[in-house]
Design a protein around this ligand. Sequence first.
Ligand SMILES: Cc1cc2nc3c(=O)[nH]c(=O)nc-3n(C[C@H](O)[C@H](O)[C@H](O)COP(=O)(O)OP(=O)(O)OC[C@H]3O[C@@H](n4cnc5c(N)ncnc54)[C@H](O)[C@@H]3O)c2cc1C
Length: 348
Amino acid sequence: MQYQERVSLRRWTSFRTPGRAAYAAFCHHPHELPQLQKLLPLNELPRLVVGTGSNILFAADYPGILIRPLFRGIHLVEQTDDSVIVEVAAGEPWHGFVRTCLRNHWYGLENLALIPGTVGAAPVHNIGAYGVEVSQFLQAICVWDFATAEFRWIAAQELGLEYRSSKLRTSLLGRVLITHVRFRLLRSPQARWDYPELARSLAAESSRTPTPEDIFRAVCRLRQQKLPNPRRLPNAGSFFKNPVLPLSVAEELRKHHPQLPLFPHGPDHAKIPAGWLLEQCGWRGKRLGNVGVWPQHALVVVTYGRATGEEILRFAALLRRSVYERFGIALEPEVLILPQAAWELYCS
Ligand SMILES: Cc1cc2nc3c(=O)[nH]c(=O)nc-3n(C[C@H](O)[C@H](O)[C@H](O)COP(=O)(O)OP(=O)(O)OC[C@H]3O[C@@H](n4cnc5c(N)ncnc54)[C@H](O)[C@@H]3O)c2cc1C
């Protein structure tokens, strides 16, 4: 384990905003966690576990401790005729794990190819793409609990996993560090390609039933075409969540905006693509100073040059205000903004 004081935040997130954290710790093995808890003033200062920072925006200095788990390893725990249980250490890169699954004929995660970040972060906001969410394959997580100073397993059902949210983003944020994640994956392909953009791309390529490998390749291609590479243009993927509204409210809204796309979300709710709302407000491809909206995807806020967290927040607040004024919908950030009060300040 290593730890440092007064670290630059620039290397800690994909937005690469400036600033400093009071402390940072790098843990190579879960056994180091009890020692870490004794060494650092963990109980007095705020703490945040960080994977690769591809879903975090620091708007100011961080007055606490950043902890990066670097644990590695992928193990087959159990195998039946139709499924496997695989245990993965939190520091494994997500995309590498998806590839390993395909190589071993463990199916289900292929729609989630090329999502940046680590396996440990995947359950936190229940990552999802192209019609699949990780919650569909999550069995349990092992955590180090800073409050009780012990390791414990938490079943997926206890995590309150919903669309881009879970207890790990609310009541458990900063309280637990995920050391391992267990997935239940399928041994025979049950490919999902009903998501319209994916279905169109696969149909254009071939008329045969797509295999999980076809889906993996199509998802990688689509993502490379439409998403900016954070190494070249700092960003955190979708800045806002797609709003979910009661069906009656969504249908009433559609009376005023007949083109409004609605996707079913459970029996009595509808999801609206936030990117479509932003496009209607004219934001696609717009740039103000160092911050802009990616021309291929209106939900992605990118920075040109070195933008501060405050510049990004000010810009995002403008996007949010214009959607609210036109549609009466208050967009919620998908990105974790720290401090949360900074965002509230710009939105008030
Ligand atoms: C170009 C781009 C495209 C993206 N596309 C998608 C997409 O299609 N779908 C999607 O869902 N997301 C997407 N994202 C968002 C992001 O990749 C995911 O949220 C990813 O899971 C974040 O992983 P990370 O390791 O960078 O986590 P971080 O950003 O470091 O952390 C995210 C959250 O998880 C917590 N956390 C991280 N590791 C742990 C741990 N071991 N224990 C406890 N808490 C932890 C952090 O405290 C924080 O709350 C995209 C981002 C980018 C930049």
